[in-house]
Design a protein around this ligand. Sequence first.
Ligand SMILES: Nc1ncnc2c1ncn2[C@@H]1O[C@H](COP(=O)(O)OP(=O)(O)OP(=O)(O)O)[C@@H](O)[C@H]1O
Ligand SMILES: [Mg+2]
Length: 282
Amino acid sequence: MPPTENTSSPHIGASAQTGASPHIDTEASAPAIEFKDVEKRFGKTTVLENLNFTVAPGERVTLIGPSGSGKTTILRLVMTLEELTGGYIFIDGRPLTFEDRDGKRVELPKKTTRAMTTRIGMVFQQFNLFPNMTVIENIIEAPIHVLGKSKDEAVADAKSLLERVGLSEKADEHPTRLSGGQQQRVAIARALAMSPEILLLDEVTSALDPELVGDVLAVLRDIAETTDITMLLVTHEMQFAREVSDRVMMFDGGLVLEEGPPDLIFNDPSHERTRSFLSSVL
Ligand SMILES: Nc1ncnc2c1ncn2[C@@H]1O[C@H](COP(=O)(O)OP(=O)(O)OP(=O)(O)O)[C@@H](O)[C@H]1O
Ligand SMILES: [Mg+2]
């Protein structure tokens, strides 16, 4: 069973091969993420149906849309925290959980899927840090146990990441002693410690007091400016979305209602549904 977002053992956004570990071959010019005829049902409820979209390598795409439109579900499917009930998801051109074999939809071995998700990091609204570990222990856990880094290397990397998110002095604290904004910056550092090729961000500032939002967004802006990590994000911070996004996709009822560059979607949307959604969040 895949780990879930709300259990006490948080899923560590896993991610890319770094340094010594070899890169898995990718199809040249394949999208970083592709949804092909994706269907997601929870019991009898169909949340996504025939959903098709791609995200290019290095592209930053923001998902917007009303509550319940399926945004979180999309991110959780990419992270393999939800089981895909129909269709296919490809990462760098390779099937993630199911593949088509002579017209038959076949589930891939868990090992194959796991190897692919090490290249994907996710940050949740509720941080999901390990409460029983210090900040630095949270960050080095996956690099050591998943990527096989030495403890010295993992600690050195974690320290430079903590510096990057402005929390060098908190390395030995427990997460409960940090503010929400600080915990979220640790969660971002933890995701980055795996050198992800894809970073999924689900309303990462929504649980924060307004005065703590700025620091977290500053960290994300810095990542957007200084890396070529592919980013798929859900946010209600429209100014931030406008700054970092190459493309905004408006979802409604599990389908892409419209998409385009942020200026177009925010200033001149084609659909009344988008206009009313934007006026409700702006
Ligand atoms: N585990 C689950 N079991 C049953 N239904 C679920 C489950 N998770 C999500 N859903 C349903 O799937 C739909 C899409 O949920 P999702 O969380 O993806 O929406 P969202 O766009 O992220 O909404 P929000 O803006 O409120 O976060 C909702 O109708 C929700 O009730
Ligand atoms: Mg959501």
